[in-house]
Design a protein around this ligand. Sequence first.
Ligand code: ZN
Length: 72
Amino acid sequence: MPLYEYVCEECQHPFEALVFGENQAECPSCHGRKLARQLSVPARPKTEPTLPTACQSSGPPCGPMCSRFPQN
Ligand SMILES: [Zn+2]
């Protein structure tokens, strides 16, 4: 069930409404149907810690953290 945030353009009343299919939400305050749907804030994407990528088996070591970097 999509839950949308609206602000009524008639009375500026903010509210949330579940919208089913083609049903049109209406303002619970004035029952107006001139609504401005608010953009829902997307969940902040999880940023994964950047790990050194697996070094290719050929080529020079990719950096100080390279698993193939000479350990001695
Ligand atoms: Zn209203």
